[in-house]
Design a protein around this ligand. Structure first.
Ligand code: PMP
Length: 299
């Protein structure tokens, strides 16, 4: 992914894509002092841009560092990247990390670096998968307890659990993995939150040890508007036997139906299709950035 034309914003300026490099002794690489965001661009505008850039700040603070750029400066930088690369529909990846000045666990005085890349990007799962529903496997890896790791941070280090889970699922022919939490409750997919539909009502796990996704909150807002009851609560995996529909939400997956999780299977039903359509319509709206302010808790 590094050998291509384009520009990446790094610490205040646009640099050639191929020259956007870090030193091998970077603290973020050795000790996981790195946070990032994933954003989608629809018709030239980043969906929920301010929420994402606020979360980047919050994630860094949870790892004990402050970004040297304000949310507004990061907004501006992201616009510059989109313009320089001519992206109307795609993906934006801001990342922030501790630099290479000191090598060791302690890096109090290391520089804080920020970069923003963007690229054209189609759907995360194939269009067929999105319509038919994806197939998931249970992961053996668990989301850790809040006192074990900064679980509310979109921290690069926490993604090793996701990559391990996703690789195992893919090797067994599945699209993705469902991770339970340290208590054995349903938590989330490797890059998305999960919703269950039972008797026409929505159920989604309390986000007390994983990301309360921006898409998750958006879909809860849409569901309320459409008159669905939404229950945020503890959900054990056995409940999947009494579940009619399942779908994932996330910046990358948008709203994606799930057809199978381990021994359980589901239909891609009316509720999922209604919310998928409502979400797809919302992101295309010109006023999308300010829409659903009621669920934009991070603003
Ligand atoms: N959980 C994980 C592990 C994720 O990587 C993501 C994607 N950022 C989500 C949930 C969903 O978050 P969002 O809707 O903000 O993209």
């Amino acid at each position: 992914f590094d050998d291509r034309d384009g520009f990446i914003w790094m610490n205040g300026q646009l640099t050639d894509w191929r020259d956007s490099k870090v030193h091998v002794l970077t603290h973020g690489l050795h000790y996981g002092s790195c946070v990032f965001e994933g954003e989608r661009v629809y018709n030239g505008a980043i969906f929920k841009r301010d929420e994402h850039h606020q979360r980047l700040h919050d994630s860094a603070r949870l790892l004990g560092f402050e970004l040297p750029y304000s949310v507004e400066e990061i907004n501006q930088a992201a616009s510059q990247v989109l313009e320089a690369n001519g992206i109307e529909n795609g993906y934006v990846r801001p990342v922030a990390w501790r630099g290479s000045e000191m090598m060791g666990v302690s890096a109090q005085h290391n520089s804080i670096n920020v970069a923003i890349a963007a690229w054209q990007w189609p759907a995360y799962f194939s269009p067929e998968a999105r319509l038919e529903g994806i197939r998931m496997q249970f992961s053996n890896w668990k989301r850790p307890a809040p006192e074990t790791a900064p679980v509310k941070s979109k921290a690069a280090g926490l993604y090793m659990i996701c990559t391990l889970s996703k690789h195992t699922a893919e090797a067994a022919g599945y699209n993705d993995a469902l991770m339970l939490d340290y208590r054995g409750r349903i938590a989330e997919a490797t890059g998305a939150n999960i919703f269950l539909v039972q008797n026409g009502e929505l159920h989604t796990p309390d986000p007390d040890c994983f990301l309360d996704g921006i898409t998750r909150r958006t879909v809860i807002g849409l569901a309320h508007d459409l008159g669905y009851k939404v229950h945020e609560r503890a959900i054990m995996p056995e409940e999947l036997a009494q579940t009619d529909e399942v779908f994932l939400t996330g910046t990358a997956v948008e709203v994606t139906p799930v057809r199978e999780i381990g021994q359980y299977s589901f239909t891609v039903g009316e509720t999922t299709r209604t919310l998928l359509k409502a979400f797809d319509e919302l992101v295309q709206r010109p006023d999308q950035r300010t829409a659903h302010a009621s669920v934009s808790a991070a603003e």
